[in-house]
Design a binder for this molecule. Structure first.
Ligand code: AQP
Length: 331
């Protein structure tokens, strides 16, 4: 289907603040891939968001490229979707400023991700505090019908919806209220080392499985993943959060129903289950890693995709910004 004929718009992105992991894939990117044929799809690599925490410039440059390669290797088709760097479309920060002027401090102070980052010892930087407004701008610029994100982004998306409503009320109907889309299972893949936390790029290498992890690294990470008391392979997120998380990963990579996984492994201990799970993840990531490697061998082609995407994104973003500037009286 040609992009022009698609009526519904999808917008979502990932932050190149480290290596993309299976939580990013199962909670978000898998949904973008599934919807790319039926939606006009915009998937920025939100590089400006990565700056909300200190980044080494050389590493950041590399992470931007590996994120682009991951997007495509995981199934996003650049001939169907618009992949671009957020920083290449200045309208994102321009709209952010307008939205800043209608955002209340109280709304930002309530943001759980900000509080969690501070609790982890991150610096209380203004960028970290206000990035949900940039995220609202990322979304509203493209007037999406659907925004598939993980559970951790639910509150930020609610802010985007609130800002759309506020803007419309004050300046006239401009933004459709974007709808969140959370995967039924997989919207919150947990850390392999601490099932009280979500899997995160910044929580240490053993807590997540990166898309690019070598087979032995995957085996090792799953082998040492924490488990719960008792040895039953039973799905119960309240009493057995760690094992339930591994079951969800198995379910999402294999397509096997959760009750069938419980049945299949009812006489196996954690060790056996983990071994089979590790081989499944290794096998599923193998073709992705091969494609990723191929893409990174030809960075010029990857840059061309990003440039092309930025040009397309700017067409849409500049239309929205023009409309916004007119409405607020800036023309
Ligand atoms: N553990 C997760 N389970 C399900 N979905 C997740 N997402 C992130 N972690 C999980 C979703 O992946 C998309 C891209 O996320 P992001 O890269 O923009 O930022 P994030 O949510 O802050 O991811 P990390 O890995 O936790 O990064 P750091 O540690 O740098 O902050 C989003 O839709 C997100 O919900």
């Amino acid at each position: 289907m040609k992009p022009e004929t698609k009526k519904k718009v999808l917008l979502s992105g990932a932050k190149p603040s480290g290596e993309l992991h299976i939580g990013n894939y199962l909670g978000a990117i898998k949904q973008w891939v599934a919807l790319q044929d039926t939606h006009e799809t915009y998937v920025p690599i939100v590089d400006l968001h990565a700056l909300t925490e200190p980044q080494d410039p050389e590493k950041l440059r590399e992470q931007i490229m590996t994120t682009a390669a991951d997007y495509i290797a995981l199934g996003l088709d650049p001939t169907k979707v618009t992949i671009f760097l957020q920083s290449a479309v200045p309208e994102h920060t321009q709209l952010m400023w307008i939205l800043n002027t209608i955002t209340s401090m109280g709304d930002l102070e309530r943001m759980v991700v900000y509080k969690e980052k501070l609790a982890e010892g991150k610096q209380a930087l203004a960028g970290l505090f206000t990035y949900p407004v940039l995220m609202a701008a990322d979304i509203l610029l493209y007037k999406p019908t659907v925004v598939p994100v993980g559970e951790d982004q639910r509150q930020h998306l609610e802010l985007a919806r609130e800002l759309a409503r506020k803007f419309n009320k004050r300046f006239g109907q401009t933004f459709p209220t974007p709808k969140a889309f959370h995967a039924e299972t997989g919207k919150k893949i947990l850390s392999l080392q601490d099932p009280k936390k979500k899997m995160s790029k910044s929580h240490g290498g053993m807590s997540y499985i990166a898309i690019a992890d070598a087979p032995d690294k995957i085996r090792q990470k799953i082998k040492i993943a924490v488990t719960d008391s008792g040895s039953a392979i039973k799905f119960d997120p309240i009493t057995k959060p760690a094992v339930s998380n591994l079951i969800v990963i198995y379910h999402l990579f294999s397509g096997t129903a959760i009750k069938d996984i419980e049945e299949k492994f009812k006489n196996s201990g954690y060790k056996k289950f983990k071994e089979v799970l590790a081989e499944l993840v290794v096998a599923k990531l193998k073709p992705v890693q091969e494609k990723r490697h191929e893409l990174l061998e030809n960075k010029y082609a990857l840059v061309a995709i990003l440039n092309d995407g930025a040009e397309k994104a700017r067409q849409k973003a500049s239309e929205t910004l023009k409309e916004v500037y007119e409405k607020v009286g800036l023309t």
